[in-house]
Design a protein around this ligand. Structure first.
Ligand code: SF4
Length: 114
């Protein structure tokens, strides 16, 4: 060991650097998580789960012959399963975990917001 290791100023500097490194690591660990929650991958209409429920990214494009109860006024933004922020173009849907659906989209599970 050298005298340098016992120098109080040197120790304080080391602790400041270590604290800064820990803070930077904590921020780096948090930011990607926040970025992920801000935007999930979009649900593709060709996804088998989407096909099964007749999901479309634009409610006007719903298959009216197959889903005669569909109304153009129904879309994901006014569906009870939609958890996107008001005014957002895309947001999570409880029926399609890990994916964002289009706020103007629709699927046959549409349920009016309670
Ligand atoms: S359940 Fe609702 S929010 Fe989810 S895709 Fe269907 S219409 Fe959109």
């Amino acid at each position: 060991m050298s005298n340098h290791d016992h120098n109080p100023e040197s120790r304080r500097r080391f602790l400041r650097i270590a604290a800064g490194t820990a803070a930077a690591a904590a921020i780096a660990g948090v930011l990607p998580k926040a970025a992920r929650s801000a935007g999930l991958p979009h649900l593709l209409p060709a996804d088998p789960a989407a096909v099964a429920l007749g999901y479309v990214e634009n409610t006007a494009k719903a298959n009216q012959a197959k889903y005669p109860n569909h109304k153009v006024s129904q879309d994901c933004s006014n569906c009870n399963f939609y958890k996107g922020a008001a005014g957002s173009a895309w947001g999570p849907c409880q029926l399609f975990p890990g994916k964002d659906v289009n706020a103007k989209g629709w699927c046959s599970a549409h349920a009016p917001k309670a």
